[in-house]
Design a protein around this ligand. Sequence first.
Ligand SMILES: Cc1cc2nc3c(=O)[nH]c(=O)nc-3n(C[C@H](O)[C@H](O)[C@H](O)COP(=O)(O)OP(=O)(O)OC[C@H]3O[C@@H](n4cnc5c(N)ncnc54)[C@H](O)[C@@H]3O)c2cc1C
Length: 382
Amino acid sequence: MKVFGEHHEMFRATVRAFVEREVMPHVEAWEAAGRIPKTIWPRMGELGFLGIEYDEKYGGAGADLFTTAVLHEECARSRSGSFAMAVGVHTDMASPHLYWTGSEPLKEKYLPAICRGEKLCAIAVTEPGGGSDVAAIRTRATRDGAHYVLNGSKMFITNGALADLYFVAARVEAGETTRRHRGISMFLVERETPGFGVSRTLAKTGMLASDTAELSFQDARVPAENLLGREGVGFYEVMRVFQRERLVAGLHAVAMSERALEDTMAYVRERQAFGGPLSEKQTVRHKLADLATLIEAGRWLTYAACQAYAGGDDAVREVSMAKLFTAEMANRVAYDCVQLHGGYGYMREYAIERFARDVRLFTIGGGTSEIMKEIIAKELDL
Ligand SMILES: Cc1cc2nc3c(=O)[nH]c(=O)nc-3n(C[C@H](O)[C@H](O)[C@H](O)COP(=O)(O)OP(=O)(O)OC[C@H]3O[C@@H](n4cnc5c(N)ncnc54)[C@H](O)[C@@H]3O)c2cc1C
């Protein structure tokens, strides 16, 4: 089955060249610094990578979902989960809130800068008290004349320390438990907003080059026109954008696993034990055959979900299955590939070690595996 056309492959060559020349040589320095330099964003904007499906009138490229898929696959092949994640958050997890539900003046004001990479985006839904139960968020937005006043905090926010624009979920009517879902709205918050602050940058297991932050809102006054869509539709918008986030997560998991498998195959061909290369041992060959099969299954589940989604279906079942399967798959690939590297697989100097730490996030971020199973069970009418 053919998924990509000639134009996608041309675009792939452009992204791959960029990643090989301008990302991969710097990955270790970025991991050590705990951040990706902001200069990468205008460069990616210049190359047309940051508004792929957005209308050209806002600086986008008006391309299709599979062009977006190419971008994320190639970013994930960089051997830096952090880089892929930072890009995915900007392009497909945060800014769609503006593109899909922002007013025309708001889109005209911010989208061109987002597409040029002059304004970096973050999505702030999770709170210290919980992430899976989105309807339980407690950050509060109170209308006060021409503003909403935000109070609360957000946890684990990717691009959180460095972003310029934050897409923030807040409860407009505080304390109402009966309107759990319908009490939530999305706001666009500028970094410079008085009362908004980055409380701390969080130290993590993996994804080290990606800055992850806790955010605080203390009487942060946000212009009323920065409400995205109508009051009360925020929960549904978060769920809508989650679909896209989960597709991107699937694409990342597959492309990162494929790269890890390639690296492992190169390693076992070189590594000698008991008078010959590891690649000649039958159990090693079978393990790699199993992993290759698993990755192929993940790839086609993800492409099928992309196709259903691009065709206009809600695709909740397909997307959730792809997210669940590929997240678990990547962790199986990580476990086996580290094992095949022996002691070197446990050393920082080998990319497989970083891969194993990075993909641990996949069963947690963007909806945990347990939450995916809950959604799938519901889709099965259980
Ligand atoms: C590195 C990193 C980056 C992140 N980036 C962002 C970001 O940019 N923006 C953002 O908003 N969030 C972000 N997150 C948050 C992420 O989406 C949440 O961590 C995730 O949704 C889980 O929420 P939680 O951590 O509060 O866990 P909890 O919701 O407390 O869950 C804890 C455990 O309980 C399980 N559980 C919960 N409910 C059920 C249930 N009903 N049935 C069975 N099991 C259940 C979960 O599956 C999990 O295993 C990020 C997280 C990390 C670690």
